[in-house]
Design a protein around this ligand. Structure first.
Ligand code: CU
Length: 685
């Protein structure tokens, strides 16, 4: 145990990543639900009254609130109760406290504070609640040490004045119970607003997005028992009711993201890489420049983190930016509980594999059945339309047949009783004219190795009992084959869901060698959890895949978690399809390429390579499939935190014979969150 503690101690100080992660109490969408009943069990002294409330308007953060005159910015805020409507304006709503400018409409997120650097900021906050104080954090000089919070007693008004000294993306947030940001209860969870300080001359044609999370535990003691209710919003709205962004091919896109929710979100962009220009939290920010900027397709944002990103949509069509936790984009976050009957999903994963729930989830929802049938997701999804630049034909490079394209036939199939009584879903590649048995599946799907620059034509055949689709995660391709059913493509040519017994042809030319993922982009909680995922490697012709050197460590799900009997108690993970992977045999002096992939539906995953007494050292070489610039390739301690939808490549050269342990695990650090750990012996000869 002493040795283990030593390693643990080393781990704890090895990287800021680990430290930050262990401070973020929540690991998975289900984990936070486990934490919350403890709060709900303690009676609230002052229940939120939901009678006589006003409508909360959603705030797109385009227009700063307040008044700026002669270098002095003045804003008068108050907190009131209201109803938030994250879907249709006349749809279902939830009660919440919200910020407003005094006398004006309530807003979620709160009124935007946006000022030039050097401005004197004067904010007053009125708390009209009769018997609850409010504490507001994030207003003050941009120093974390300062942020003990501004306490406003019931019925009182307080003012804060500070100089906007440091440019960046920050936020203010309130609590009625002096709780931490990641511990707020449902009624106070929307008390968050953006605070942006612009440097002189910096571009301000950007957009500001605040991620919110609202969770109210169910109450079975009511005359009409109330189930758990949960929603996740981007600027107050849940997909498909989030704002649509429209750009023209070649535009520069600049976004600021603020995770004011209690949980982490791996935010993933389809079709393009983005640069992370800065990262921070409510009070501080770190800016990257030049080659130091992370260049990736998925950025994990912990609770309370912010980021500024930039990217260029080089190809036209429809794209998405979304959270990669399956639950955070699932039908569970649709407030209309009658759309999908909870429990039907469990039935669907028994031996037959047939499902009615997914069809229900995919049926278009009334008021938004416009030109495009919305994808069945909900929650943290942002839709992006990219118009073609003048003179560029839509989908020019994929619409015509490619005679020399390499053909792959990929079957999506199901096998009964793969996870206990639950079916597994998996991909199989058909070689030759004879199709494989209908219940033959592989979890993960077969390793697909493509060659950079070589056209590929993948026919996806759906042998499932429900519609599906495949997303080529991280590949810079045209919109149509991108794999989001009812969304990918452009007006007049939208990718359909692949119906049972139907097929779909995805054609693309992978432009970049690296580690990617292919996975289902339909009914992800069920399909991804059940096994529809695999590693997609793109290699240079001069450096083909070599299984003796290239080691893929792929973490996926092990059964549709919300269908499992132990749902909420334990969530499974698999490494390369196994909960007890075989040892990895390496040779001293050889340089290996470890290709890590996290495509688990629900969990952040840590990887660490260690002996009994020390962490190994490895060299990062690629992130999300993109080679790292030399500046980011410094050797470092062998620990890695990933969210779903991330890949990362490291070179590892064991110097001497011996034994290492590659640990693959979820967070289990002292907060009661359950997890799993899968150790792999690494034997060096
Ligand atoms: Cu999320």
């Amino acid at each position: 145990m002493a040795a283990l503690r030593t390693v643990a101690a080393v781990l704890a100080i090895a990287t800021a990543q680990l430290t930050a992660a262990s401070q973020a109490a929540r690991v998975s969408p289900r984990a936070h639900r486990q934490m919350l009943p403890a709060h709900s069990a303690s009676p609230r002294s002052q229940p939120l009254r939901v009678s006589a409330v006003s409508r909360i308007t959603t705030n797109d953060n385009r227009r700063p609130a307040g008044r700026l005159e002669r270098g002095v910015y003045t804003l008068r805020l108050e907190v009131r109760e209201g109803m938030l409507f994250p879907e249709e304006a006349n749809g279902p709503g939830v009660p919440a406290l919200a910020f407003a400018e005094v006398g004006a409409a309530l807003q979620v997120p709160g009124p935007l504070v946006r000022v030039p650097q050097g401005t004197e900021v004067r904010v007053s906050i009125h708390n009209p609640l009769p018997d609850s104080s409010i504490t507001v954090h994030g207003l003050g000089t941009q120093s974390r040490a300062d942020d003990s919070g501004l306490r406003i007693p019931a019925g009182a008004t307080r003012q804060v004045t500070f100089k906007a000294e440091t440019p960046g993306t920050f936020f203010y947030w309130g609590t009625t119970g002096n709780r931490d940001l990641n511990d707020r209860e449902w009624h106070e969870s929307q008390l968050s607003g953006a605070l942006v300080i612009d440097a002189p001359g910096a571009p301000v044609e950007d957009r500001v997005f605040v991620i919110g999370h609202w969770f109210r535990p169910g109450d079975s003691t009511l005359a009409v028992p109330r189930p758990d209710q949960e929603l996740m919003v981007i600027n107050g709205r849940s997909w498909p009711h989030t704002e649509r962004l429209t750009f023209t091919q070649g535009d520069s896109v600049r976004w600021r993201w603020i995770n004011a929710s209690a949980v982490s979100h791996p935010m993933h962009l389809h079709g393009f890489y983005f640069y992370v220009e800065s990262r921070g939290d409510a009070r501080t920010e770190r800016t990257y420049s030049g080659d130091a900027r992370p260049f990736l397709v998925t950025q994990l944002m912990l609770s309370g983190e912010t980021m500024r990103v930039s990217w260029v949509p080089e190809r036209s069509g429809n794209w998405l930016f979304h959270c990669h936790f399956a639950f955070h984009v699932s039908h569970h976050l649709v407030l209309k509980r009658d759309v999908v009957a909870r429990g039907a999903v469990a039935d669907s994963t028994t031996a037959g594999g047939a499902t009615h729930a997914s069809h229900a989830a995919q049926s278009p929802r009334g008021s938004v059945a416009a030109a495009v049938v919305p994808h069945q997701m909900a929650g943290l999804v942002l839709g992006i339309h990219v118009r073609p630049a003048a003179g560029v034909p839509v989908g020019a490079s994929t619409s015509s047949a490619r005679p020399r394209a390499r053909a792959i036939r990929l079957l999506a199939q199901a096998a009964p009783n793969r996870f206990g009584r639950l079916a597994g879903f998996g991909y199989v590649v058909q070689d030759g004219p004879a199709p494989p048995a209908r219940d033959s599946i592989s979890i993960p799907g077969p390793l697909l190795v493509l060659r950079r620059g070589e056209p590929v034509r993948i026919t996806v055949v759906n042998h499932l009992a429900e519609a599906t689709a495949v997303h080529w995660h991280g590949i810079e391709l045209e919109s149509f084959p991108d794999g989001v059913p009812g969304w990918s493509g452009a007006p007049g040519r939208i990718m359909p869901p692949i119906a049972p017994r139907d097929s779909f042809v995805a054609e693309f030319v992978p432009p970049r060698a690296g580690t990617f993922i292919y996975h289902t982009h339909a009914n992800e909680q069920l399909q991804l959890g059940s096994g529809l995922y695999g590693a997609l490697l793109v290699v240079d012709p001069e450096r083909p895949f070599d299984s003796a050197i290239d080691k893929v460590i792929l973490v996926g799900g092990a059964g549709a978690a919300d269908s499992l009997p132990q749902f909420g108690l334990e969530s499974p993970g698999l490494v390369n399809g196994s909960s007890a992977p075989p040892p990895m045999d390496l040779r001293a002096g050889t340089t290996y390429r470890l290709r890590f992939i996290n495509i688990n539906p629900d969990f952040r995953v840590f990887f660490s390579l260690m002996s009994d007494s020390a962490l190994a050292v490895w060299r990062p070489v690629a992130k999300d499939g993109a080679d790292l610039p030399a500046l980011q390739r410094a050797e470092r301690a062998a620990v890695l935190l990933t969210g779903p939808g991330e890949t990362a490549d490291f070179e590892f050269t064991p110097a001497t014979p011996g034994e290492w342990r590659l640990e693959v695990k979820t967070q289990i650090s002292g907060n009661g969150v359950p997890g799993w750990i899968i150790p792999i012996r690494v034997r060096v000869r």
